[in-house]
Structure formats: C-alpha cells, structure tokens
Design a protein around this ligand. Sequence first.
Ligand code: HEC
Length: 98
Amino acid sequence: MWLCLCVLLSGCGEPGEVAAGEETYNRYCFSCHAAGLAGAPKTGIADMWAPRLAKGREVLLATTIEGIAPGMPPRGLCQECTDAQLNDAIGFMLSAKP
Ligand code: HEC
C-alpha cells in the first residue's frame, strides 16, 4: 500500500527536483497543457511531444522563455520563474502521466 503510493507520487528517488517541476507546472502550465488548449502539446502524451522534443531540450526551453505566438505565452505566464524552474516544468510535462 505504501509502496504503491510512493510509486504513484514518484517523488521517492529525487524529491526536490520532481516536486519543483510539478509545482511550477500545476501553477502555470497545467491550465493549457493538461487539456491541450489552443493546440498545446498535452502533458504526458509522448506522441504530441515527440516532434517537439526532437528539436532538443535546450530549444524547448528557449521557445518556452520566448513564447510561441499566439498560443504559448512567454515563460508560460510565469514571469518570476527562473530558467531552471521552467526547465523542470518541461521535464515534468514530458514524464508525467496524463
Ligand atoms: C495560455 C496557455 C499556455 C500556458 C499557460 C502554457 N503554455 Fe506551453 N504551449 C501552449 C501552446 C498553445 C503551445 C503550442 C504552441 C505552438 O506550437 O503553436 C505550447 C507549447 C509549449 C512547448 C513546446 C515548445 C516548442 O518549441 O515546441 C513547451 C516546451 C511549453 N509550451 C512549455 C510550457 C511551460 C513550461 C509552461 C508553464 C511554465 C507553459 N508551457 C504554459 C500554451 C500554453
């Protein structure tokens, strides 16, 4: 039972990192990326992310910082997020279960 919970939360291995990305995601990215609003690649759907990921993680971070008009706002609306926090949030979206 506890083992299950632990696996579900997937925070056991590296708590800090996983939690950081998830928190940023839940606060700023979730609203568009959970539902795929305005064509946003959906969280955890590997097929939707594959062509974007093919550009490389650095490029994804760069486009996140700059935004992609008109759908994706610069920094995903989190003006106070550091680049590292944004990168963690991207990592969460790539790895999370939908
Ligand atoms: C207002 C809605 C909205 C919010 C909030 C939002 N996104 Fe997006 N995002 C989009 C849309 C729409 C696209 C697809 C843009 C396109 O390709 O035309 C996108 C695309 C992306 C991409 C792919 C970029 C690429 O180069 O293909 C990444 C990475 C991303 N978002 C990260 C984030 C992160 C991280 C956050 C939170 C910090 C966030 N987004 C918040 C709407 C949003």
